[in-house]
Design a protein around this ligand. Structure first.
Ligand code: ZN
Ligand code: ZN
Length: 380
């Protein structure tokens, strides 16, 4: 039931909802960094702060969030109904439409302090960065990413629940792999079926489909090719999508079409042990580089150190890759609510590769894996 006579945002400030709390947290973070206003164009930061899932287009859409003063969402007039209908319409944030021939940058600049410091979202298009620079002479542009990622990397229980749902959705796709992965089919044919299943199993968007068969498995970001999958091929399948709530899934499992080469069995046991040790080591206080080392040490001791070509993992949320990165050189201690992949891999160029990937959430007690399909090599 809803009250038909709602007070307007103009006369009553919106109640503190998780979204309005985020605006305040972002404003506080900006203030601490000496930023006078955040300028946030379409992307994960805008969705995080307002719930508005706007496509990045040439016309300027921008949340202007001053440290002092009221925020407003600048949108092309033709996007106003969509912005109004999005969760941003219920935030109590003024939506300012700009007419087709108006200069939106001048409209924003007129409401911003001259000579201020402006925090731009990290993915703002260069042409918009330059237009803001022109409209705000004497102003200083800095990246807002460091401030916003500090907020985004600490997930609320609701966000963890959304990631758990995304994890279960991609698990359902892996569980069906035997339907598609067969000798004589190409990676592309298999990939097409997987993409359809990602969409059918709880995602609104297919983000990526990697089917690396035989030697292609040795290229971590190989996607799909016309290679025909042969008997005895190990196959790396790394897949992910985005759910309606905006949260991403990402999970890798390895399959083998019949018995794989003997060395693959050996290598896979090493990898399984490394990934198991790493997921078991997740707890508050362990640093990102310590967690990376837990797996790397196991793999190095077995002689495959140089074949583990990449970092252990990446944070995940409204984007598949975000902070915190689980990488050597990062002394960031993990905290409850941080969600990230644990995905060690071993790649032997020209022969084959293997990777095992789960999304793990750091909890007060340790870690919770959000991907629960078997991690052992699945022989089809
Ligand atoms: Zn992945
Ligand atoms: Zn990943």
């Amino acid at each position: 039931m809803s009250d038909p006579v709602q007070p307007t945002a103009a006369t009553h400030p919106a109640p503190a909802t998780p979204a309005t709390a985020r605006l305040q947290q972002a404003r506080d973070a900006a203030a601490r960094a000496g930023i006078d206003a955040l300028l946030i164009t379409p992307g994960a930061d805008l969705r995080y702060l307002t719930g508005y899932h706007a496509l990045p287009l040439e016309r300027l859409t921008c949340l202007v969030l001053p440290v002092a003063g009221d925020p407003f969402l600048l949108v092309p007039e033709l996007e106003r109904p969509a912005a109004q209908a999005s969760p941003a319409g219920g935030l109590g944030v003024e939506i300012v439409g700009w007419a087709e021939t108006a200069d939106p940058y001048a409209i924003a600049a007129a409401r911003l302090p001259a000579g201020g410091t402006f925090g731009l979202d990290n993915h703002m298009w260069a042409e918009k960065v330059m237009a803001f620079r022109h409209a705000l002479p004497g102003g200083r542009q800095v990246l807002a990413g460091p401030q916003l990622s500090e907020l985004r990397m600490r997930k609320t229980p609701q966000e963890v629940a959304a990631l758990r749902e995304a994890g279960a959705a991609i698990d359902r796709v892996h569980a069906r792999m035997a339907e598609w992965l067969r000798v004589g089919r190409t990676e592309r044919e298999v990939g097409r079926d997987i993409a359809e299943a990602i969409a059918a199993e709880g995602h609104v968007q297919v983000d990526f489909v990697i089917v690396g068969s035989g030697p292609n498995g040795a290229s971590p970001h190989h996607e799909l090719s016309d290679r025909v999958i042969a008997a005895g091929d190990p196959v790396v399948v790394d897949i992910g999508g985005t759910t309606a709530a905006g949260y991403c899934s990402d999970s890798t499992r390895c399959y083998s079409l019949g018995e794989p080469p003997a060395e693959y069995r050996r290598l896979y046991q090493v990898l399984l042990e490394a990934q198991r040790a790493q997921t078991a080591a997740v707890r508050p206080g362990i640093t990102a580089e310590q967690l990376d080392a837990v797996g790397r040490d196991v793999i190095t001791a077995a002689g495959y150190g140089p074949a583990f070509l990449h970092r252990t993992g990446h944070g995940i949320g409204l984007e598949t890759h975000e902070e915190p990165y689980i990488v050597a050189g990062s002394a960031r201690p993990l905290e409850p609510g941080m969600a990230f992949s644990v995905e060690p891999g071993i790649y032997l160029a020209g022969r084959f590769g293997a990777r095992i990937e789960d999304i793990v959430v750091c909890t007060a007690e340790g870690g919770e894996r959000l991907n629960l399909t078997p991690r052992e090599l699945t022989v089809l």
